[in-house]
Design a protein around this ligand. Structure first.
Ligand code: ADP
Ligand code: MG
Length: 542
């Protein structure tokens, strides 16, 4: 029988991702423009704050050809830069990264920049322009690159170098893509606002056809940079064990465990090996395939490991979080908490949460949610995010919140491995341990909010009494003055003292403020009324 010819072929990672751009959030010109900004800004922030540099990021979007919907995106930072010989690979090879380490980063997949370039190639067929200088470099390097998708290799179209006269360091990139600025505008603005909220130590310039934004550095405090860690024994799989064995096959099982895993000392290693009925002196290089599988399974099952260390995480911290929120949301009240480190499946994580209330937060039927993962704001797919689930489970009336309410809930999860729902990195999956921590964190803040609301209610109550007493005091003073023939003002003063003593607070300033406000309002109204005929006249003359 003919016709059933089956053709087998290999696909390079670059080609595979070119065909499946949606997985990385590059679904349409609107989302693609947002995603492009996001990937470049994340790279810039990784290259600065993770190395103790206060970030300055400059972003520019311009129309290249409006009729075709082509825009250029330029992002520049003052980061650590990229070594000359690495530039082609980091931008031209899918799955090439400096972040495949156990450390907290915004970037995770070694994919972001390449996805943008692949998208640029598929839509406008324009290369990426890169300029970079590592710290201390006496030269600045420029490349114009494309990706050979079939081979997953960079194509170097141009390379130049200049003397680095002013000691600049950092990276600038520019791409031309099909992007809908008009539609992406609000999202991008929101993304930048939220980025600034979680990183108020960053300075961000933004310029687009009809929007210029500037976020000044609000503080020079940086969170401690994340450290690099070891895998936790509970998070291993067979492949990882094999890679590690290959590094040093002569180690004994006990030495191997102590050397390559997080938090494993002599005692823990011995306890585990005894429990798993393994010979501690056996050379790891001599383990059979079945024994390696057995070892892996047992490592994942054992309950006696220490909790993963969290030094390689970099939470924002309560103080900076409050600072960022105050700057961006301008609320009346804010409470934040950074929880203690916890872990899931051998990955350490820390949850931070905050609740902001009142002030410039608009009242809404549900709490407004701000989600962050490793300091990256998440704007899409809120519906599938664990934070949304938790916020909806909370009975807010316990905390004296009555909707519509001016309430914002902010949650930041940082981890060496964020369990994203998809490669678009927009939603965190509902891993039980993370869910619990988020719940505890929000509740802790919510209790503070309740205290605040209660205090305010009480104040309000007393104030109403105060205002009422005061009103009567004026009348009573008048009457008493008439009867006793004593100065009215003196009686009035005495009465006021009595009221303050009884209520335990003095609202005089507030009362006066209210009075002034009322008078001003009245004045404004009379003015408006008197100026109306004028306007009418002018209009009529025309
Ligand atoms: P990822 O960020 O997940 O590693 P990317 O494709 O976005 O993947 O970036 C690949 C690598 O390029 C990064 O790991 C980093 O080493 C390097 N890189 C990209 N942008 C910058 C930048 N602005 N400054 C310094 N290094 C950068
Ligand atoms: Mg990246």
């Amino acid at each position: 029988m003919r016709g059933l010819e089956v053709k087998y072929e290999e696909l390079s990672p670059a080609e595979w991702f070119r065909r499946n751009k949606e997985l990385a959030g590059l679904t349409n010109p609107t989302r693609a423009l947002y995603q492009t900004i996001r990937e470049f800004v994340e790279n810039s922030l990784d290259a600065t704050e993770s190395y103790g540099i206060l970030p300055t990021v400059k972003i520019k979007i311009e129309y290249v050809d409006k009729s075709k919907g082509w825009v250029s995106v330029y992002v520049e930072d003052n980061g650590i830069g990229i070594p000359d010989h690495e530039i082609p690979n980091v931008f031209g090879k899918v799955f090439y990264s400096s972040k495949y380490r156990i450390r907290q980063h915004r970037g995770v997949f070694g994919l972001g920049a390449k996805m943008v370039i692949l998208y640029a190639q598929s839509t406008t067929n324009k290369p990426i322009f890169v300029r970079s200088a590592p710290i201390g470099s006496d030269k600045i390097y420029e490349y114009v690159l494309m990706i050979n998708t079939l081979k997953n290799e960079p194509i170097i179209l141009e390379r130049r170098e200049y003397p680095n006269k002013y000691g600049w360091h950092g990276t600038a990139v520019k791409v031309v893509i099909e992007g809908d600025w008009g539609k992406a505008k609000r999202r991008i603005e929101e993304y930048l606002r939220r980025t600034y909220m979680i990183a108020p130590y960053a300075e961000i310039y933004f310029k687009a056809p009809d929007l210029t934004l500037y976020f000044p550095r609000a503080t020079t405090k940086l969170p401690p940079p994340p450290k690099e860690g070891l895998p936790h024994p509970k998070s291993v799989d067979v492949e990882l064990i094999k890679h590690l064995i290959a590094r040093d096959p002569n180690l004994t099982l006990k030495e191997f465990l102590i050397e390559y895993f997080d938090g494993v000392g002599k005692q823990t290693a011995e306890a585990f090996l005894k429990w798993a009925k393994l010979d501690e002196n056996k050379k790891v290089g001599e383990l059979t395939e079945d024994e390696i599988t057995y070892l892996t399974t047992k490592m994942r099952e054992f309950d006696g490991w220490r909790r993963p260390r969290a030094d390689w995480l970099s939470p924002v911290g309560e103080e900076l979080l409050v600072e960022g929120i105050k700057k961006v949301l301008e609320p009346e009240f804010v409470a934040a908490v950074t929880r203690k480190p916890s872990s899931y499946g051998g990955h350490p994580f820390i949850v931070e949460a905050a609740i902001a209330w009142g002030g410039k937060i608009p009242p809404s039927e549900k709490p407004i949610i701000y989600r962050f993962a490793n300091k990256v704001p998440l704007l899409y797919d809120e519906g599938s995010d664990v934070v949304r689930k938790v916020v909806e489970e909370i009975d807010w009336s316990i905390y004296k919140v009555k909707f519509p309410a001016p309430l914002a809930v902010i949650v930041h999860v940082c981890s060496t491995k964020i369990p994203y729902v998809s490669a678009g990195k927009e939603a965190i999956a509902d891993v039980v341990e993370i869910e619990e921590e988020i719940m505890l964190a929000i509740r802790e803040c919510a209790r503070k909010l309740r205290m605040y609301i209660t205090k305010k209610e009480k104040e309000e109550e007393i104030y109403v009494k105060y205002a009422t007493f005061n009103m009567y005091a004026t009348e009573v003073a008048h009457a008493l003055a008439f009867v006793t023939r004593k100065p009215e003002e003196e009686i009035r003063k005495k009465l006021r003292e009595l009221i303050v003593k009884k209520l335990g607070v003095d609202f005089e300033a507030k009362l006066q403020e209210e009075q002034t406000a009322k008078t001003e309002q009245a004045q404004a109204q009379t003015q408006a009324a008197s100026s109306k005929p004028e306007t009418a006249q002018v209009a009529a003359k025309k």
